[in-house]
Every structure is written in C-alpha cells, then in structure tokens.
Design a protein around this ligand. Structure first.
Ligand code: ADP
Ligand code: MG
Length: 322
C-alpha cells in the first residue's frame, strides 16, 4: 500500500485584484499526493502559481477552496492559522535564504527562535545547535555569525538547518537554489539528497527549471497558469512527455552546444518565456501551442489519466494512440 504523507485535493486560490484589477486565479483545482520518503517535483514558468501552492501547503495562507491532509489528518485552516502540530510537520525553504533570517539575530539564536515559534518546549542546547549545523555541513562556530557574515550558500544551509530544527516530515523547497551562484547549486542539491536519506524526509521540490527537478524527483507535476497540465512518475514525464508545454520546457533546457542552440532558437523553443494573456475560453495553452487544433479554442481540457497514473490536460495528447 502506498504510504502518503501529504494529500492535497482540489486546491484553488483566488487573490482579490489590486485596485481596479480583476481577481487573480493563482491556483485552480490542483491535487497531488506525496508518498513518504520521496520527492515530488513541481515545475513551471514564473507566475504559474508554484509559490502560491507552497504557501497553501505550509499553512501560510488559506486556500479559497480545497483540502490538505498530512499523515491522513486534515490540516484545519482557519483564516488565521493551520493546526500547530501539523504546521510543524511541514516546513518551507525559500528561494532567498536571507528573507527567512533576521539580520539582527545570530544563527544560533535563529535556530533557538524557531522552537519558540512552534511552542516546542524543548531546549536548543548548544549541542543540538552544533548537530543541526553539522547536518548541513557547517561548523559550530557558525552559531555566532550574523546573516550578513554568510555567503548565499551558507545562508541557505542555515535556512535548511532552521527548517530541520523542529523535526519536520516534509520540506517544501521553493526554488532553493535559484538565488545562488551556479557553483554552489550542486552542493546544496547534494546536501538535500543526503539529508533526505538520513532523516527519511519527503520533499516537494519547486523549480522553474526542468533540468533542476529531473535528477531528484520521483513524481513530477508540470504547471501552467495555475493548473497542473501533466503529472506522473519521473520517467513517464521525461521519457514520454504528453503535454506540448512539457516538451517545450524540455527543449528549453540549455544544451552546451552552440549548433544545437541555434537550431533550437530557430525552432521557436525559446518562445516558452513569452507572457500570454489569460484565455477565457478553450485551452489556456492554445495561444502558444505548436499542436493546436480548432477544437482547442472552444473546449478546455481537464487533467485526465492517459496511462497508468500518467495524467495530462490536452485534447490532442489524450486522443493520440500510445
Ligand atoms: P510562481 O511562484 O510560479 O512564480 P506565484 O505563485 O508567485 O507564481 O504567483 C502566481 C500568480 O498569482 C501570479 O500571477 C502572481 O502575480 C499572483 N499573486 C501571487 N501572490 C499574490 C497576492 N498576494 N495578491 C495578488 N496576486 C498574487
Ligand atoms: Mg515563486
């Protein structure tokens, strides 16, 4: 039997429009199941709702509708907060590590403070602080440092240690390496993989970059304009992508070969980053789709199983023989 640590069903988030603007459908009917001890990759371009999903899952914001269960318990979200015990079980690591660190607080103090935030009446002894720092590859001396004395990579290690301090079961990693130098990205990924293994953690790993999630994910969801357009096991999504947007994202993965790069640009694969206005009828991806058919402009597809848990939201892909 599959052991699900987290189950999100039909999550929707509508933000009230800023003055004079229409409401924003940041997230529409997103469902996903995270199996214990595995990594679920979520990928999609900037603005597609990834961080909104992250904030709902960790209880920083309430969904407009939909439910979240952790360890088969409903996360009761009032407008004000989620269940405290469940909130502890799921921790968020942000893209910008400095945003989660108070500039006036030493690393040691920041580790201590997170226990207070969660009303955990355990002590952050200096031994425990050293243990947490060592887990993220830092010496205990870092406990005395202030955020401005840390490099980006070191700050992200501290942010990870802080998330681990409350002994969570799930880490939501929202583009955890995007703000870092290319040279330290692999170090942080390797660190996360090692920690997951040691602590048997479950990860939701969010990135705008498919090449980031491809090596570490067991399952993948591809998001477009607030919806999941394709979802499945890692090999299903990578070996036999069904949605034309997934293929476009794959084509956009930089290949260190100038010849290939030129032909790729000529083929229009880079058009993936063009912003498109919201479509009110038919398939939201139709204006950018290479496979678009007349019916796509009338009928909106729904996320449907094509084969063995491999889901896609595309009329054309669903009709194609396997
Ligand atoms: P991503 O993380 O994939 O870049 P976000 O979840 O940050 O996407 O944003 C999804 C959409 O919701 C965007 O159109 C964004 O402008 C909008 N949005 C996010 N937060 C708010 C907010 N607090 N109020 C209004 N709109 C928001
Ligand atoms: Mg984001």
């Amino acid at each position: 039997m599959v052991d699900l640590v987290l189950r999100a069903a039909n999550l929707t988030k509508v933000y009230r429009g800023r003055r004079g603007h229409a409401p924003v459908d940041a997230l529409s009917d997103v469902s996903l199941d995270l199996e214990r001890g595995t990594t679920f990759g979520i990928v999609g371009e900037s603005g597609c709702g990834k961080s909104t999903l992250a904030r709902l899952l960790v209880g920083l914001e309430a969904p407009t509708s939909g439910t979240i269960r952790i360890d088969d318990q409903p996360v009761v979200i009032s407008e004000r907060s989620a269940s405290r015990e469940l909130a502890r079980k799921i921790q968020l690591v942000f893209q910008d590590p400095f945003s989660s660190l108070d500039p006036r607080m030493t690393v040691g103090k920041a580790l201590k403070e997170v226990l207070t935030v969660h009303s955990l009446h355990t002590d952050m002894t200096s031994l425990r602080a050293s243990e947490l720092l060592s887990m993220v590859g830092l010496t205990r001396r870092f406990a005395e440092r202030y955020p401005h004395e840390l490099s980006g990579g070191q700050a992200q290690r501290v942010a990870i240690a802080r998330a681990l301090a409350v002994e969570p079961e799930i880490l939501v990693l929202d583009e955890p390496t995007s703000a870092l130098d290319v040279s330290v990205r692999a170090e942080i990924i390797n660190l996360l993989v090692r920690i997951q293994d040691e602590l048997k953690l479950s990860y939701l790993f969010i990135s705008h970059d498919l090449s980031m999630v491809r090596h570490i994910s067991d399952d993948i969801a591809v998001m477009y304009l607030g919806r999941v357009v394709e979802m499945g096991r890692y090999d299903q999504v990578f070996v036999t992508p069904l949605h034309p947007y997934t293929s476009a994202l794959e084509d956009a993965i930089p290949v260190p070969n100038p010849e290939h790069e030129r032909s790729r640009q000529a083929a229009g694969a880079v058009a993936v980053h063009v912003q498109v206005d919201k479509v009110t009828r038919g398939c939201p991806y139709a204006p950018r789709c290479a496979l678009v058919e007349p019916r796509c402009r009338d009928t909106a597809p729904t996320l449907t199983e094509k084969a063995n848990g491999h889901m896609v939201s595309c009329l054309v892909a669903l009709d194609d023989a396997q």
